[in-house]
Design a protein around this ligand. Structure first.
Ligand code: HEM
Ligand SMILES: *[C@@H]1O[C@H](CO)[C@@H](O)[C@H](O)[C@H]1NC(C)=O
Ligand SMILES: *[C@@H]1O[C@H](CO)[C@@H](O)[C@H](O)[C@H]1NC(C)=O
Length: 507
């Protein structure tokens, strides 16, 4: 009797426990477990920079406005100061502002904050290869090789200057064909700019009518835009789900794939008539480096890196400079009085017939100041290119562990109300003093330190020669009854929204 009652009790206890494990409870338990794991994963080490509260799984992802990413964290900057954290999913990320701290992060700490973050998006498309987003040994070898090879093929030499002058002449001819009617200069500019880096990497330039090349430039533009979009960035937070979903990220992958195919195709053609003793361009030189390293399994000079490094040069050498020139024309059309002053200086120093050359830059402080102001206002890489902490380090007294992403807010630097007379208005006087060009320390569009832009010199030469060639030949105006604005389109770069203008030949 007693035993039986006990048995019944145990039985009902079992039933009670079983009843307790009904579905909602199970789910709740699982959720609590996940949240606990999530909490552990999102915990920051001691003395980590402060920042806003963050969501489970997504971190501060939804507090970032990807359409206005460069402006989106103003309130946090006000609240937490020049160093605060923003987690993107489980990826710890800090945002650095203010000249002293930015200099410290980019230049003084360029031994410890020198990697690039490997995001799932990048990993999917480039693995760990290439130049822009690689890290460690691969980056060191690829960067060193690219720098020497670019120098050998003309960086800073007379023949490259002639190449740019010739391309500027072709571009001006193409613009002239518009006969002063409204047109969108976008792809003509991109094509001309791209031809300069293409002649170094692929050993050839492409005609503005080449439909296949125009399609590649369109793809380059599309991937630049798409990769900055929220939907694509969501891939970085939850790749295991996004992988199976259709959407813009799949378009992005296809775009990069086609661009890689173009590069591999060109490499194939190079191999057919390759002469190791007569390297014609970057690809030829790379093929030679590969034979030197053949059989060395630790070397990064292999076919896959050849494709990725070449594509990186093609991409970085095209989008940035072309976008800056599009800003330049837009600002000139919006500010006719500034355009006139540039033209007067060109007429005085170069004249109407002579080709603009770099040597003239030092005698043209106004034009030089205008180009700098275009870089400041255009602000095409508003949060720089992300870096990643390579070894545990400190910044402003805070602890930054290995793997933390560091974004430097160049917008804050270039638009600081205390440092610039008219921070949000185009004004070349920012770079002038008594009519002379004024160099400024708080101006870092190409960044600084070991990881700074590898093409700064090339970009500066291109900007000067293209820009002066344009204004030597044309006056840029808004089409009748159309208003030009500074509206922008945010992708990997901050680009002007599509616009039309008239290029009126100068009488
Ligand atoms: C107006 C034009 C340009 C601007 C504003 C610009 C700006 C930048 C910036 C801010 C970075 C990141 C630096 C850092 O992390 O500290 C960068 C990297 C880079 N740029 Fe440029 N750039 C321009 C033109 C070019 C050109 C013409 C080339 C062509 C060779 C180029 C090639 C690169 C490469 C390869 C990197 C990656 C360097 C590395 O990670 O080691 N850029 N650029
Ligand atoms: C960068 O600085 C600008 C200008 O001060 C500010 O509006 C913006 O919110 C900052 N962006 C980020 C991501 O901190
Ligand atoms: C192989 O490549 C690595 C990395 O580039 C280099 O350090 C090493 O010296 C090379 N070994 C030989 C035998 O060339």
């Amino acid at each position: 009797m007693h035993a039986l009652a006990l048995l019944a009790r145990v039985g009902s206890l079992g039933a009670a426990i079983w009843a307790g494990f009904h579905l909602p409870t199970l789910l709740l338990g699982a959720l609590a477990f996940l949240l606990f794991v999530d909490f552990q994963k999102r915990r920051h080490p001691k003395n980590y920079p402060p920042g806003p509260w963050s969501l489970p799984f997504f971190g501060n992802f939804f507090q970032m406005d990807f359409k206005r990413a460069h402006l989106s964290c103003q309130k946090f900057m006000k609240q937490y100061g020049n160093l605060f954290r923003m987690d993107l999913g489980y990826v710890p990320c800090v945002i650095v502002s203010g000249l002293p701290l930015i200099k410290e992060a980019l230049a003084h700490k360029d031994q410890t904050i020198v990697n690039r973050p490997m995001t799932p998006l990048r990993e999917h498309m480039f693995s760990k290869n290439g130049l822009i987003m690689s890290s460690g040994q691969v980056w060191k070898e690829q960067r060193r090789f690219a720098l020497t090879t670019l120098r050998n093929f003309g960086l800073g030499k007379k023949n490259l200057e002639e190449r740019i002058q010739e391309e500027a002449r072709c571009l001006c001819e193409a613009i002239e064909e518009e006969k002063g009617q409204p047109f969108n200069p976008h792809f003509k500019i991109t094509n001309a700019v791209s031809n300069v880096i293409c002649s170094i990497t692929f050993g050839e330039r492409f005609a503005y009518q080449d439909a296949q090349f125009q399609e590649l430039l369109r793809l380059l533009d599309e991937v630049t835009y798409l990769e900055g979009q929220k939907f694509c960035q969501l891939y970085n937070v939850i790749p295991w789900i996004m992988k199976f979903l259709p959407g813009p990220h799949q378009t992005l992958f296809r775009g990069w794939e086609k661009l890689k195919l173009f590069v591999s195709h060109s490499i194939g053609k190079h191999k057919e008539d390759w002469d190791p003793d007569k390297p014609r361009d970057f690809i030829d030189a790379y093929l030679k480096e590969m034979t030197k390293c053949a059989g060395n399994t630790t070397s990064s000079f292999h076919e896959e890196n050849l494709v990725c490094s070449t594509l990186d040069l093609f991409f970085a050498g095209t989008e940035t400079t072309a976008t800056t020139l599009r800003w330049a024309l837009l600002y000139m059309a919006i500010h006719p009085e500034i355009q006139e002053k540039v033209q007067a200086e060109i007429d005085r120093v170069i004249g109407r017939l002579q080709k603009p050359s770099i040597g003239k830059r030092d005698h043209m402080p106004y034009t030089n100041a205008v180009i700098h102001e275009v870089l400041r206002m255009g602000n095409i890489l508003p949060l720089n290119v992300p870096r990643e902490v390579t070894f545990d380090t400190t910044l402003a007294g805070y602890h930054l562990p290995k793997g933390t992403i560091v974004l430097t807010n160049l917008t804050a630097l270039h638009r600081g109300p205390m440092d610039w007379a008219t921070p949000d208005t185009f004004n070349p006087e920012h770079f002038l003093e008594n009519g002379q060009f004024r160099k400024r320390d708080d101006f870092l569009p190409f960044s600084i330190g070991k990881r700074a832009c590898l093409g700064e010199q090339l970009a500066r030469s291109e900007l000067f020669i293209f820009f002066t060639s344009f204004l030597q030949k044309f006056t840029f105006k808004a089409p009748a009854n159309e208003k030009l604005t500074q509206k922008y389109k945010m992708g990997l770069t901050l680009a002007p929204a599509s616009y039309r203008l008239c290029a009126v030949p100068r009488g």
